[in-house]
Design a protein. Structure first.
Length: 280
């Protein structure tokens, strides 16, 4: 059941449009002269994303006293600093709408794993001087390829950790490609940054990742943090390392690693506490 690039892109085209908008938003926010109208115009392309951003702008997540009724008001009050994070959360939520039966993972758990990884990556960036938006995006999008493999493979899938303790090894044997490779192909197609693409492609073995390998090492070490929170995916328990060599590759020390983990947990708890059904 090998997958070629054309098939991967075709399968990926069925994913919610918010993912592509998230990529384009990151590009807009890198430009120093981007204004509010450009951000609003991009988000408005997806009515479902627009609706959710307005709802969250009125939710307890932000705690504003006055109500906003338009996307312009919501983006203005959320601010450029937070709009990227929020669009990423919503995009990941839209992607994680159904259980991944081939992986024996619920939609909620899959979303939590993705968001946790994104928050850890952002916290790492705050300590090693890398771009926080790139880092957050990389963590959030790490698992994108698994949705495609799940939809391609159907319900007959991963046999469990007793039979296949390493999920990526099982994917390679079954599909002749890993979810990391599938995700990198899609992220490249949607024009995410080269740093994000290379990190997702190489994070399982950062020592062999394309240079610069720092983001790949960060993503691998982030997996160790998420695993310690008991949010690892089946088949990924215990595969992550956070030894001195990998920390050095990631631009972290044991002290900054610990501090980042604490900050990320607080950010994740806040995001995980969103009441999506009642965000109005």
């Amino acid at each position: 059941m090998a997958l070629d690039r054309a098939t991967i892109i075709t399968l990926g085209s069925a994913l919610p449009p918010a993912v592509g908008i998230f990529s384009r938003l990151e590009g807009l926010l890198r430009k120093p002269d981007t204004d509010l109208d450009e951000i609003v115009g991009l988000v408005r392309v997806d009515p479902a994303l627009t609706f959710q951003i307005i709802r969250l702008g009125n939710s307890a997540f932000y705690g504003f006293k006055s109500r906003c009724d338009s996307l312009e008001e919501a983006v203005a009050r959320i601010g450029f600093g937070d709009i990227h994070n929020l669009v990423g959360l919503v995009a990941a939520r839209h992607v994680c709408q159904k259980d991944l039966h081939a992986y024996h993972v619920t939609a909620q758990y899959f979303w939590e794993n993705s968001v946790a990884t994104g928050q850890v990556m952002a916290a790492f960036a705050a300590h090693n001087g890398t771009d926080a938006r790139h880092a957050y995006t990389t963590g959030l999008m790490r698992n994108l390829g698994r949705i495609v493999l799940n939809d391609h493979g159907g319900a007959v899938g991963y046999p469990g950790e007793a039979a296949a303790p390493n999920l990526a090894v099982w994917e390679k044997a079954k599909y002749k490609i890993t979810a990391a490779e599938v995700g990198a192909i899609l992220l490249e197609h949607w024009r995410f940054s080269a740093e994000t693409v290379n990190a997702v492609r190489g994070h399982l073995d950062p020592a062999t990742a394309a240079e610069p390998a720092r983001a790949a090492a960060m993503l691998h070490v982030a997996g160790a943090v998420v695993d310690s929170w008991r949010l690892a995916l089946p088949g990924e328990h215990g595969i992550w390392q956070s030894d001195a060599l990998l920390l050095a590759m990631a631009g972290l020390t044991e002290e900054t690693f610990a501090h980042a983990g604490t900050a990320a947990r607080e950010a994740f708890n806040r995001a995980a506490g969103i009441k999506w059904a009642n965000a109005a």
